[in-house]
Write a protein of this length. Structure first.
Length: 218
């Protein structure tokens, strides 16, 4: 007589976890944004490294890591929106401007024009008057600062970048970004120069770029 022994707890078939269509689309979109931002940053870094004869690997790593990190923050704040695309472009322009300032203490005028063009993304023609007013309101104080400080604290390229960023951000966020960038830049370089025991010129655009990029999230 054959005896059949059955397990007390029958084994259940193991099914692999299924991902919904919405989750799959979400993951794909996130990866697409990160890939596009990282690829653009990589291409820009190669051009920057070649132009100023810098280390390609270090430049590429810095550009890609910063752009990807900012893109993740933009996606968290704005999602898959026009504001995210605009923020990525803004970040890439600021990155290149900062690198240019570090290498040469200058930033080409076309970079400021690119920021001005980026500002129009997501805006209606009726918004242009307010954008122009924001840029005009911040121009006069900056020019007075340049004249009073004789260009030792802030230079022409810094003024152009600040005006362009305020045109993009608006007066309230523009002032916030400018104040944040100036404060961080001056404090950081005071510490650096104290250690060196000598006064030196320093690139201000990287600090301004950080301040204006932070203001973009306000």
């Amino acid at each position: 007589m054959t005896m059949i022994i059955r397990p007390i707890c029958p084994t259940l078939p193991i099914r692999p976890p299924q991902i919904s269509a919405e989750t799959a689309i979400l993951i794909f979109n996130v990866l697409a944004f990160l890939m596009l931002a990282g690829t653009a940053a990589f291409m820009i870094s190669l051009y920057a490294a070649k132009r100023w004869k810098a280390d390609k690997t270090k430049t590429a790593v810095a550009f890609v890591l910063i752009s990807v990190a900012v893109t993740i923050l933009l996606l968290c704040f704005f999602g898959f929106a026009v504001s995210t695309v605009k923020g990525i472009l803004f970040c890439l322009i600021l990155l290149f401007s900062s690198y240019s300032d570090i290498k040469t203490r200058e930033a080409d005028d076309y970079l400021h024009v690119m920021i001005l063009l980026t500002a129009f993304i997501g805006h209606e023609p009726a918004d242009i008057s307010g954008m122009l007013l924001s840029a005009a309101l911040i121009t006069l104080p900056l020019i007075m600062t340049v004249l009073l400080c004789k260009g030792k604290v802030i230079g022409g390229a810094d003024v152009k970048l600040s005006v362009a960023c305020t045109f993009l951000l608006g007066i309230s966020r523009g002032i916030a970004g400018l104040m944040a960038g100036l404060t961080i830049g001056i404090l950081a370089n005071l510490m650096i120069q104290t250690r060196k025991n000598q006064a030196e010129g320093f690139p201000l655009i990287p600090y301004l770029a950080a301040g204006f990029m932070a203001a973009y999230f306000i």
